[in-house]
Design a protein around this ligand. Structure first.
Ligand code: ADP
Ligand code: ADP
Ligand code: MG
Length: 498
């Protein structure tokens, strides 16, 4: 009997997973959401389950009970959660297991542990990983935060233990604003993640974001597949990624990779996972968090290692032994991923909605396309603004940058604004070319941040209020409902005439 895999996700990642499901000779099943009845991914699936989104006022992708009920009815063997949505929701993973469905990911308990950054950090300490100076556990209240900050010195960053996608985070420069920031971040985290616990870290001024891909099986084997550099961020959201990182020497790669593997082995991790590090200007690096799912940017790792991460996710979920050994992992060449987000980079990266009149992807050599849309697709306000990814390789970094620029020259999208012109500018900037860019760089150099801090807080407060209203008062399903989505400022502005 062929295994039946339900993909509890949409867009490009659903299509990506379907490819692996077919390669492994299995049956790919997806949901049709009534918010997106003509989505491209529906064409690639073997079976489509129509789903009533308005059950509980949530999109199907965020509705654990409904997903599992439909999965059981449709005789599903495995569920692949993709990224975002319920991919890091331990209750969902548990519900799958309780109903005899194989959840593709690590154990529910590990998802729970890694989902709380304070818990993850305490486990990292036990494994001897270096941590950013700060309160490793949660801090009681705003006064305690202030006392802590006085001790470690400003600037500090307040982070929600349950946070994700850059949410529930505040940088605090001076003592006068710490109490207010603590409260707004904690409220935002409470509304978005149902947990307002906060911790504090020293804020590194110009760091790099480096992350190690790992893969483990259910028999205790774990390997790493090198690092990705994800420092190109705007407001803590990744825009472009590359692998390997120009800032990581072979000796560092070995040391950090071994650390990542030791951590994963110690906690009993299996499936794909990512261990995120933050690196300071002096080259010292610290464990930041672990993501227990496939990442948006996994293709850059696949391109330089030749390993199909989604295939292995499915195979180890079925109990297969990971036959890849650490010495089999050889890094060849360079890869860059450009996220094509439907956003207006000239206007605070506001998400764009409407029709894609025409979309044409580059057919250059060394280009891999992952797309959730085609010409004629509609971009709704209900989901994430990322519509496609353009992944380009080259024999070395310089060639890869040139190839990426050439590929973007052959990319056409009419009807909506995207992040592509912005990425082109970045690719030609000296700080990108010499790889000195840091996580703050986009905001500093491109001055994308037209909002004052005060406005930002106001918008944060509005978002928290709306999410609260939706959760508890069951208001209009017309508002952006899913918890994991980045703050859709555009929709908020429009709905509230703010
Ligand atoms: P990474 O995978 O590297 O951590 P992100 O943090 O951007 O990168 O990816 C995870 C987040 O991506 C999710 O929490 C969600 O907000 C967002 N996301 C992007 N695209 C989608 C999509 N098609 N479906 C669901 N979530 C998405
Ligand atoms: P998330 O779950 O939202 O991904 P992370 O803890 O991974 O949260 O942090 C997201 C981003 O925030 C990082 O990639 C980095 O840019 C920034 N960041 C986090 N912690 C610090 C810190 N201590 N100093 C400076 N920047 C930080
Ligand atoms: Mg992170």
């Amino acid at each position: 009997m062929k295994k039946r895999i339900l993909i509890a996700n949409r867009s490009e990642i659903a299509i990506r997973i379907i490819r692996s499901v077919h390669k492994l000779g299995m049956i790919a099943v997806v949901f049709k959401s009534d918010r997106e009845p003509d989505a491209l991914y529906l064409n690639d699936a073997d079976e489509v389950i129509p789903a009533k989104d308005n059950h509980n006022d949530k999109a199907i992708f965020l509705d654990p009970e409904n997903i599992v009920k439909l999965a059981v009815e449709n005789k599903i063997d495995l569920i692949h959660p993709g990224y975002g949505f319920l991919s890091e929701n331990p209750d969902f993973a548990q519900l799958c297991e309780d109903n005899g469905i194989n959840f593709i990911g690590p154990s529910p308990q590990l998802i729970r542990d890694m989902g709380l950054k304070t818990v993850a950090k305490s486990m990292a300490i036990k494994c001897g990983l270096p941590l950013v100076p700060g309160s490793d556990g949660a801090i009681a209240d705003a006064q305690a935060a202030k006392a802590y900050a006085d001790k470690i010195g400003y600037p500090v960053i307040l982070k929600a233990s349950a946070g994700g996608g850059g949410r529930g985070m505040r940088i605090v420069e001076k003592p006068e604003t710490i109490e207010r920031n603590f409260k707004s971040a904690s409220d935002e985290a409470m509304a978005a993640f149902g947990n307002g616990d906060m911790f504090i870290e020293k804020y590194l001024q110009n760091p790099k974001h480096l992350e190690f891909q790992i893969m483990g099986d259910k028999h205790g084997n774990v390997i790493h597949l090198g690092e990705r550099e994800c420092s190109l961020q705007r407001k803590h959201q990744k825009i472009m990624e590359e692998a390997p990182s120009a800032s990581v020497t072979p000796a560092m790669r070995k040391e950090m990779g071994e650390m990542a593997v030791r951590f994963a082995k110690t906690i009993g991790y299996y499936s794909a996972g990512t261990i995120e590090f933050i690196m300071d200007e002096d080259g010292s690096y610290f464990f930041m968090e672990m993501n227990t799912r496939i990442q948006v940017e996994h293709p850059v790792t696949e391109m330089i290692t030749g390993v199909d991460l989604v295939d292995w996710q499915i195979r180890v979920a079925l109990g297969e032994v990971l036959t890849l050994k650490q010495e089999d992992i050889v890094i060849r060449g360079w890869a860059i991923e450009v996220r094509v987000n439907a956003e207006d980079t000239q206007n605070r990266f506001c998400p764009q909605t409407g029709f894609i009149d025409l979309i044409q992807f580059p057919t250059n050599e060394n280009v891999r396309i992952e797309t959730g849309v085609r010409s004629g697709s509609v971009i709704t306000p209900y989901f994430d603004s990322m519509v496609s990814k353009i992944i380009v390789t080259g024999s070395d970094r310089k060639t890869c940058i040139a190839n990426t620029l050439a590929a973007l020259d052959n990319f056409i999208l009419d009807g909506l604004k995207t992040t592509v012109p912005f990425c082109k500018a970045v690719l030609q900037h000296p700080a990108f070319i010499d790889a000195t860019y840091t996580t703050r760089w986009v905001d500093q150099v491109f001055n994308t941040d037209m909002l004052e801090n005060e406005d930002e807080e106001l918008i944060g407060a509005l978002a928290a209020t709306i999410m609260y209203a939706q959760e508890y008062l069951q208001l209009s399903s017309d508002l952006p409902t899913y918890k994991n989505d980045r703050l859709n400022v555009w929709v908020l502005n429009k709905r509230l005439n703010y």
